[in-house]
Design a protein around this ligand. Structure first.
Ligand SMILES: [Zn+2]
Length: 361
């Protein structure tokens, strides 16, 4: 990957396109119509997400019907790949960008997030915090209103946790070394504690719990009624949702977490550093990117969450042709790069402004 950032003597990253602190300029480099929803494109993309998920369910059904047990793990992985498309659809709805109508966004968002087992409103509120404060080092595990997507513990925080709550430090270590577990735990610990949400939002969060819980019961009952097998509930529903954690971790981890990214304290942080300089586009082949509704193209999504997934590619092409192109970080996705990052991105050393490994502490 080409590292286009340079470090100053004080280790703060500076933009190659000059000193910038906010997004007002870079927003203007994207055509206004790309910030608006488009009903026909939305229906088309929804068809892609649902169609691909149904195809994955069909593969699960064939392995189940013919009892091809040796293919089950592969089928669950393929199922998880389909679940990811539904999740990305729910992600767009949570940003109220997919459809013009907020009611439609919230309705389809709830439906889409039933599949990966996420409570819609809880996800919407915690994810908004990630967008507001991307890569800001303000970690407070009791509060979901900070950037909660793979923000590393600092050396001081990790040492204190290791001393006072060793089991939590172990969970943190396992989540960093095996990101699918980290993504799974993030869903449980961030979204299923209603007391973590502001009172004004709690009622909606509880509504999403009830919707998710009752739908899970209904889907499980239908699966049992049709197949007469409890295993079918795991095979068609729960295991693909767990395998989805692989894709969830892969995308979210790569977007802002790598040795090339920087994290900032409150005094240093500004939206240009957080949203532009600390966002990486790990590009997949186009056909695969379409199946996951362009989730690999990430910088435009951090410039404005109003840009729907079906406009991300066009917005990205405009950015690449703009005066800001030097600040856009991209690379072709490859597993060895991802593996290297998992090996190195453990704890944040605030003094050196870089990651250190667990073994270095
Ligand atoms: Zn988002």
């Amino acid at each position: 990957m080409e590292n286009i950032l340079e470090k100053e003597e004080n280790h703060a990253f500076v933009s190659k396109s000059g000193y910038k602190t906010d997004l007002s300029g870079i927003r203007k480099s994207i055509s206004p119509h790309l910030f608006k929803s488009n009903f026909l494109k939305a229906i088309l993309y929804m068809g892609v997400a649902i169609g691909f998920y149904v195809l994955c369910l069909t593969i699960l059904a064939v392995t189940f019907a013919y009892n091809l047990w040796y293919l089950y793990p592969l089928a669950w992985f393929i199922g998880g790949t389909g679940v990811t498309s539904m999740f990305v659809l729910g992600h767009d709805c949570a940003h109220s960008s997919f459809f013009k109508s907020n009611r439609w966004n919230d309705f389809w968002g709830h439906i889409a997030l039933l599949v990966p087992l996420y409570p819609y409103y809880a996800w919407k509120y915690s994810h908004n915090a990630h967008h507001k404060q991307t890569n800001l080092l303000e970690m407070n595990p009791k509060d979901i209103y900070y950037d909660n997507a793979w923000i590393p513990l600092t050396v001081r925080q990790y040492s204190a946790l290791n001393r006072m709550r060793p089991s939590k430090a172990r969970t943190y270590r396992l989540g960093r070394l095996f990101p699918p577990f980290g993504a799974f735990m993030h869903n449980i610990l961030t979204h299923f504690y209603p007391e973590k949400f502001n009172e004004s939002q709690r009622q909606k969060v509880i509504f999403s719990y009830i919707t998710l819980g009752s739908s899970m019961l209904l889907i499980s009952s239908i699966l049992y009624f049709v197949t007469n097998s409890i295993f079918a509930i795991l095979h068609f529903y729960i295991l693909p949702a767990l395998f989805f954690s692989f894709w969830m971790s892969l995308y979210t981890y790569q977007h802002h977490t790598s040795t090339e990214m920087d994290f900032y304290n409150k005094e240093e942080w500004n939206s240009y550093k957080g949203q532009i300089l600390s966002t990486f586009n790990s590009l997949s082949p186009k056909w695969f990117s379409l199946l996951h509704l362009n989730i690999d193209i990430h910088t435009p999504h951090h410039i404005s969450t109003a840009i729907p997934s079906y406009h991300l590619r066009e917005a990205y092409n405009e950015l690449k042709r703009s005066e800001y192109s030097e600040d856009i970080q991209e690379g072709k996705f490859n597993f060895s790069y991802y593996y290297t990052q998992i090996k190195n991105c453990h704890i944040w050393d605030e003094k050196k402004n870089q990651y250190i490994k667990f073994s270095d502490i």
